[in-house]
Design a protein around this ligand. Structure first.
Ligand code: ZN
Length: 172
């Protein structure tokens, strides 16, 4: 019948290879097995239909107004931060440098950066609280600064202590 080393298990390991290069000589054994084994043939057909479905899928176009809409959303979020909740995260961020909180710290930093949009952001965040974010130019600058801010966050997370130069406690 078919190749002795090719059984259902080894065949299924080869299915992806077979899918991407059906005519390759090294896939001959798998092809032969599929021709003779109904279960594996069905498995392969399922793979094929999944792949062809993926082929028809197209990533949606990014809206030309994505940046503007994002800026508006940021402004809305700045306008109404959840009271208490934001304060808690800020406190935690400032007081806690323990390693066990690093993941939480990263998340909180990301939130602060998104909301404050600036250099590791508590001071920027506070300014956003006092100055109503009305300038569109400001919002666009936020987007530009995000790259820079993310780099700073990386440095912050890599180091043992938070960088004191970029995130001085606003009140003490
Ligand atoms: Zn089989």
């Amino acid at each position: 019948m078919f190749n002795k080393t090719m059984n259902c298990k080894t065949c299924r390991d080869d299915l992806q290879n077979l899918l991407f290069d059906p005519s390759a000589p090294e896939n001959a054994a798998a092809r032969a097995h599929i021709a003779a084994c109904f279960a594996c043939a069905r498995e392969f057909a399922a793979f094929e239909s999944t792949m062809s479905l993926l082929d028809t899928w197209e990533a949606p176009e990014v809206s030309p107004y994505f940046d503007q809409k994002l800026a508006v959303r940021l402004r809305e979020e700045q306008a109404c931060p959840a009271p208490g909740w934001f304060e808690r995260i800020k406190t935690r961020l400032l007081l806690n440098t323990g390693r066990q909180l690093r993941p939480a710290l990263a998340g909180a930093m990301a939130l602060l950066l998104i909301a404050g949009g600036g250099t590791v952001g508590v001071t920027t965040w506070q300014r956003a609280q006092t100055v109503p974010a009305s300038a569109t130019v400001n919002d666009l600058q936020i987007l530009v600064k995000n790259e820079q801010a993310l780099q700073q966050m990386d440095q912050l997370l890599d180091g043992d202590a938070p960088s004191s130069s970029t995130s001085a406690p606003p009140e003490s």
